[in-house]
Design a protein around this ligand. Structure first.
Ligand code: ADP
Ligand code: ADP
Length: 225
């Protein structure tokens, strides 16, 4: 059973108004547990729109989003939010870590919001930091970390609640090539380790080629690259 299944997704911005733009025109996609899919497309093609819809941050105008076998269209807002918090991890180009909190705390907080106890949340945060090689940085605030370290922490935060689905929007777009490669490899290794399904938008063809499949978003539809 796919972890993520998109069927006939369409999204039109400014529908019926000036500036109407049809960004997604029937997107079909299935991502299995443990499978990593790269999404490549030029800027403006609709990658963020697609990731937001897949991650339940936006709703399609038509089509179906199923996560872990559940049709999310039928869910009320509260259940949607719960499903997003439990099942979806997001990583963006910029880390969006909370500046006043340590790396560890940034990974603990989303767990507390999900009802996990402090001690267990801290244990999990330490485990995640260890897996990305940042145990020694647990007490540092984001500003004291390098760009690559910040993204690795952001990645740990995305995995804090043990989601089944990872959605990443240019996660290494802000890093120099060597650092990007290292961060990407850590991400792939961890996804493989935890059986995550992943959809990762990237401009970088070398990094995309490290994934199981590469898809291109072209004229509002997904095609094999
Ligand atoms: P990408 O992530 O590939 O750069 P986006 O999904 O951000 O693409 O945007 C796709 C297109 O939709 C762009 O032309 C963008 O300007 C437009 N767009 C995105 N969000 C909105 C919005 N909220 N309202 C109107 N147009 C939007
Ligand atoms: P990215 O592609 O890295 O996500 P963008 O600048 O394209 O960054 O989009 C940032 C936010 O602004 C997104 O939530 C997107 O939906 C929204 N957005 C993008 N283009 C437009 C637009 N033309 N009009 C309104 N909102 C937009």
């Amino acid at each position: 059973e796919p972890m993520l299944e998109l069927t006939g997704i369409t999204r039109v911005y400014n529908k019926g108004r000036p500036g109407e733009v049809s960004v997604l025109r029937g997107v079909d996609l299935r991502v299995a547990p443990g499978e990593l899919v790269a999404l490549v497309a030029p800027s403006g093609a609709g990658k963020s729109t697609l990731l937001h819809i897949a991650g339940l941050l936006d709703r399609p105008d038509a089509g179906r989003v199923c996560i872990d076998g559940r049709d999310t269209g039928a869910l009320r807002d509260g259940a949607r939010t719960r499903m997003r918090r439990e099942q979806v991890g997001f990583v963006y180009q910029f880390h969006h870590l909370l500046p006043e909190f340590s790396a560890l705390e940034n990974i603990v907080l989303p767990q507390l919001a999900n009802g996990v106890g402090q001690a267990e949340a801290a244990r999990r945060a330490e485990d995640l930091l260890g897996r990305v090689g940042l145990s020694a940085r647990a007490g540092h605030r984001p500003a004291a970390l390098s760009g690559g370290e910040q993204q690795r922490v952001a990645f740990c935060r995305a995995l804090a609640n043990g989601p089944g689905l990872l959605l990443a929007d240019e996660p290494t777009g802000n890093l120099d090539p060597d650092t990007a490669e290292t961060v990407f490899d850590v991400m792939v290794a961890m996804a493989r380790d935890t059986g995550l399904a992943g959809l990762v938008a990237t401009h970088n063809p070398d990094l995309a080629a490290r994934m199981d499949r590469v898809l291109r978003l072209e004229a509002g539809q997904l095609v094999a690259a």
